[in-house]
Write a protein that binds this ligand. Structure first.
Ligand code: CO8
Length: 261
């Protein structure tokens, strides 16, 4: 196992097939410094290449999922340095992962922290979670999806309100707007997220990846193109052994045994 400075990793679930990545920079409320983002990318590379891993959970502490990009690290940045260094280019790694990623958010998910959660496929929140895009108060704007992913999820009025005021919303409000799919007591959050990963892990990982790609396509293209992509992907599942096994098992009234082929 790799030794990390800013994150902790472990395997969870009965079959140890759910990877849990814990952001672990408590003194800075898990502010997302370059080193942390690099380690997160490295661990995702590892899990993505590991067939025994069905799903990945990203979480923080009870106080903070992540309080944003590291302001102290960003402070001396200039326009030129941002361009020449392709600032934030590393940040897309989470959104590019083929395996399902669940964000388990307790405490603050602010700025880049909220954006990181939105790059995940499913967000579960602890009851005291707070989401916000406070960049405006720092004289900047969201840089990793806060004006784009958030708007597509919660709609223009709420996204505009959050981005222009910097005000936070509660877990309950986040659930109401569809930003998170479930709110649970803070101390049960990671266990619930792992359970969700385990449930996904009972299915064919091959088909899960295709399904994830199809849902994501809904955010990338027109309805017509998306429906076409979905239909073709649906057709493609008929070329797999797992589709055959799934339907045969149903007909034979037995549990399916998938082998990702
Ligand atoms: N960056 C660096 N350090 C931070 C950050 C941060 N984002 N947030 C908190 N810290 C540090 C504090 O400086 C403090 O350190 P120290 O003890 O050395 O002074 C420590 O964490 C504890 O923080 P507080 O004392 O402030 O804790 P409180 O409980 O009083 O307050 C808050 C908690 C409300 C979360 C408060 O810390 C806060 O407002 N933090 C900043 C939130 C913010 O503005 N986030 C947006 C950052 S900008 C951004 O994310 C741009 C995104 C661009 C795309 C992604 C790019 C990477």
């Amino acid at each position: 196992a790799t030794n990390f400075e800013f994150i902790k990793t472990e395997l969870a679930g009965e079959k140890k097939n759910v990877a849990v990545i814990t952001l672990n920079r408590p003194k800075a409320l898990n502010a997302l410094c370059n080193g942390l983002m690099k380690e997160l990318s490295t661990s995702l590379d590892q899990y993505e290449n590991d067939n025994s891993i069905a799903a990945i959970v990203i979480t923080g502490s009870e106080k903070a999922f992540a309080a944003g990009a590291d302001i102290k690290e960003m402070q001396p940045n200039t326009y030129s340095k941002c361009i020449m260094g392709n600032f934030l280019n590393d940040w897309t790694r989470v959104a590019k992962c083929q395996k399902p990623i669940i964000a388990a958010v307790n405490g603050y998910a602010l700025g880049g922290g909220c954006e990181l959660a939105m790059m995940c496929d499913i967000i579960y929140a602890g009851d005291k979670a707070k989401f916000g895009q406070p960049e405006i108060a720092l004289g900047t704007i969201p840089g990793a999806g806060g004006t784009q992913r958030l708007t597509r999820v919660v709609g223009k009025s709420k996204a505009m309100e959050m981005c222009l005021t910097g005000n936070m919303i509660s877990a309950a409000e986040a659930e109401k707007t569809g930003l998170v799919s479930k709110v649970v007591p803070a101390d049960q959050l990671v266990a619930e997220a792992v359970k969700l990963g385990e449930k996904i892990g009972t299915h064919s990982q091959l088909i899960v990846q295709l399904c994830k790609e199809a849902v994501n396509t809904a955010y990338e293209t027109t309805l017509q193109e998306g429906l076409k992509f979905e239909r073709r992907t649906f057709h493609a599942t008929f070329s797999t052994e797992d589709r055959k096994e799934g339907m045969t098992a149903f007909v034979e009234k037995r549990p399916a045994k998938f082998n990702n082929n």
